[in-house]
Ligand binder design. Structure first.
Ligand code: G6P
Length: 371
């Protein structure tokens, strides 16, 4: 086992540090440049691209972290393809006699490809005649076999119960699919596709850079590992990252944490703010930056302790946040693959300081194959 951990104390931290490589593997063989123009090739979907491009709506079905990746996928798909997306918890969807039309396209997103609720939802969608697509990590898994077609995320084996590298590879895969559909529909120019594909290619290097600053996450973990509650706030593409950051902390450190869209703050969570409440903001320089800055000001005025995930070069934020973690510049819609990583590290270092069993947290299983 020590050899499998490759010198790291836990699988989880090994898998966090593997992300430049796992993302490279997700992209490999799928992005091409010919005469300066970028193109996407997804073998598993090639025969279905026309149907995808003329879809009326997509449904994304998943559980846990894969559900959070699906939420990022919703933002990406709607942004690029202009086709509506519904994101569903598989466990809810399967039991509510869901309305599924024959021309619906239902994606099942699952690291293991074995989650019982997701598999059951797949059977339901199939019985109603929808086209089913699997986005799995484990090759040959039940969901990948039962779906009509799909795309493997190729993140490599994920052993730590708390999902890390599968999340970022799921988001990259959904980005590629969204761009491929948008291009087929003519929603996006070759020039822009090319620009975005170059940006996707640059992500592994940016993650490397981000991981090299992990000592600040250790420092923050030392300061806050005795907290009883945490709040995670983000907007737009980074709202699902707030949910995922909170889930990571709950899963492995057993600290109560909630993720919220930052603007919902005033409808409840703001009542919780005091000097004992660390608040993690994902506040990168995107189109919603001025909005999130005003949310940060609201928390600061009430004595909350602020940790900000911010863009490189943003000096403004230093006067508002007690701790600032810098992520390299990236186009808004790909930012979740960077901003989620400091949150994975924060959860990890806090759990280690609290003496928790990081790779096998109490009561949790890597794959929930029974209801
Ligand atoms: C379990 C795991 C989570 C995972 C979820 C969905 O709860 O502990 O890490 O996100 O199942 O699993 P799946 O394999 O379907 O992505």
């Amino acid at each position: 086992e020590q050899i499998e951990k490759g010198g790291f104390p836990h699988f989880m931290i090994k898998e966090i540090f593997e992300q430049p490589e796992s993302i490279q593997n997700t992209i490999r063989g799928r992005i091409y440049f010919e005469n300066g123009s970028g193109r996407i090739q997804l073998g598993g979907l090639a025969d279905y691209l026309d149907r995808l491009a003329s879809a009326k709506r997509f449904i994304f079905c998943a559980c846990g972290t894969s559900w959070h990746a699906s939420l990022v996928g919703e933002y990406l798909f709607e942004h690029f393809t202009r086709i509506p997306v519904c994101v569903e918890y598989a466990s809810e969807f399967r039991y509510r006699n869901p309305i599924i039309y024959k021309d619906d396209i239902v994606f099942f997103i699952s690291q293991s490809g074995e989650t019982a609720d997701t598999l059951a939802a797949l059977k339901e969608a199939k019985s109603k005649g929808a086209l089913t697509i699997g986005i799995c990590n484990v090759v040959g898994s039940s969901i990948s076999r039962e779906t009509e077609c799909g795309v493997y995320i190729h993140a490599g084996p994920e052993i730590g119960v708390a999902s890390t590298k599968a999340f970022t590879s799921q988001v990259i895969t959904l980005s590629l699919i969204a761009l491929a559909i948008a291009s087929k529909r003519g929603e996006i120019s070759t020039k822009l596709i090319t620009e975005y594909l170059h940006e996707l290619n640059s992500i592994p290097k940016k993650i490397q850079n981000l991981l090299s600053q992990n000592s600040i996450m250790q420092e923050i973990a030392k300061e806050f590992n005795n907290a009883s509650n945490f709040l995670y706030l983000g907007r737009g593409f980074n709202f699902p990252v707030a949910l995922e950051g909170a889930l990571k902390l709950k899963e492995i450190s057993y600290i109560h944490a909630e993720g919220y869209p930052a603007a919902e703050l005033k409808h409840g969570p703001i009542a919780l703010i005091d000097e004992f409440m660390p608040v993690v903001f994902i506040a990168i320089k995107d189109s919603l930056y001025p909005k999130i800055i005003s949310n940060i000001e609201e928390i600061k005025a009430r004595g909350g302790r602020i940790i900000a995930i911010a863009s490189e070069g943003d000096t403004n934020i230093e006067s508002l946040a007690e701790y600032v973690i810098r992520v390299p510049q990236i186009i808004d819609f790909f930012s979740p693959v960077l901003t989620s990583i400091p949150l994975q590290l924060l959860a990890y270092y806090i759990a280690v300081l609290r003496g928790c069993d990081v790779d096998q947290p109490r009561n949790l299983a890597k794959s929930v194959t029974v209801e």
